[in-house]
Design a protein around this ligand. Structure first.
Ligand code: SF4
Length: 355
């Protein structure tokens, strides 16, 4: 059966698909805090946090965030340090920066009220088609479809979609739009998300428990869907990171505001081939290595401990990070800074290090 026929076969049963999914959601839907509110701000925060992150991880962050920044106005007026600190550990920090910028834009251009039109919502930083659909359907009951990672997986399996890339994306949006229950868009979208998160799992989907099992064309081989293009290996990078210790504490460096992990703090790190040993004059103490995977590359950081004790010229050292903000802080103050994931890994290594 080609994809058009599959699509038609499923859509011919759209009413039954909607009914069975909503009945299942009534029984088995998850009780989540952002489903108990119609505050678009709270829903928006949850949607952004849930991108790339599981519910279990998001819950404490969500509560902490709303306690500290309960309104769009509070977020718009917050310092970027505060925003990053509240996000620390969730990863993909662009999400936090976009939330912050979008809140400022809402205050400036929409009187502090989350926009009610799709075009205005999607024009905000960090809000794509699926996120806009999820927020507007949840907060305002508007009939907009969604297509997040979970929904993409469920729909790919239901129609046994063989294509990849833009063609697949277009097709899946059409399916999501066509299946959407326009009377109950909020419940339908949330049900679809829950089906992906609790039944139609990436590995070992629970087809026998699935309300869409009678209709699903991919259930014989669910692991085949969504079909993925061949994986490219991520480039590997090497870096050297330092715990530079003086009588005032350890050196922390703030990353430039723009770019990867912008505005977060880290231990001074050098990537590439600089001959860092010249700077330190004597061999620093080797602590070990940590590895970290980002979306587009992987990095291995060799860690050294450098004590400023007369053998090292601090100025030469500081010249390396002359364009960045630095502080010297004792360990007990580090919790005041939003640190990168690599910095946390380095610190764990350093804590357990016995020279
Ligand atoms: S039947 Fe299986 S593969 Fe199909 S939607 Fe349900 S859980 Fe997913």
């Amino acid at each position: 059966m080609d994809s058009l026929l599959r699509f038609t076969a499923v859509l011919n049963q759209a009413d039954r698909l909607r009914k069975t999914l909503l009945a299942w959601y009534d029984e088995s839907g998850r009780d989540l805090p952002w489903r108990q509110t119609q505050d678009p701000y709270a829903i928006w925060v949850s949607e952004i946090m849930l991108q790339q992150t599981q519910v279990r991880t998001v819950l404490p962050y969500y509560r902490r965030w709303l306690a500290a920044l309960p309104t769009i106005q509070a977020l718009a007026g917050a310092a970027s340090e505060t925003v990053l600190k509240l996000w620390e550990g969730l990863g993909y920090y662009t999400r936090a920066r976009n939330l912050h910028r979008a809140a400022q834009k809402i205050v400036e251009a929409h009187s502090g009220i989350f926009p009610k039109t799709f075009d205005s919502a999607i024009a905000l930083p960090g809000i794509g088609r699926s996120t806009a659909g999820a927020i507007l359907s949840s907060a305002y009951g508007q009939p907009h479809a969604i297509l997040d990672t979970n929904v993409r997986r469920v729909l790919s399996r239901v129609i046994a979609l063989e294509t990849t890339g833009n063609a697949a994306e277009k097709h899946l949006w059409e399916v999501s739009e066509a299946l959407l229950d326009r009377e109950s868009p909020f419940a339908f979208n949330q049900a679809l998300m829950d089906l992906g998160a609790t039944v139609c799992l990436p590995r070992n989907p629970q087809c026998l428990l699935c309300p869409w099992q009678p209709f699903c064309l991919g259930q014989q081989q669910p692991d085949r869907f969504p079909v993925r293009p061949p994986k490219r290996k991520r480039p590997q990078k090497q870096a050297v990171g330092f715990f530079v210790q003086s009588e005032n504490g350890f050196l922390l460096v703030k990353r430039p505001e723009k770019g990867l992990l912008g505005g977060l703090w880290e231990f001074p790190t050098i990537e590439g081939a600089e001959d860092w040993r010249i700077v330190f004059g004597s061999d620093p103490i080797c602590v070990g290595t940590v590895e970290h995977a980002y979306t587009h590359f992987e990095i291995a950081v060799a860690i050294y401990w450098v004590k400023i004790d007369g053998k090292v010229e601090p100025q030469k050292l500081l010249d390396l990070w002359a364009d960045q903000k630095i502080v010297w802080e004792p360990t007990e103050n580090w919790s005041n800074y939003a640190l990168t994931g690599v910095a946390h890994k380095m610190w764990r290594k350093f804590k357990n290090f016995r020279p």
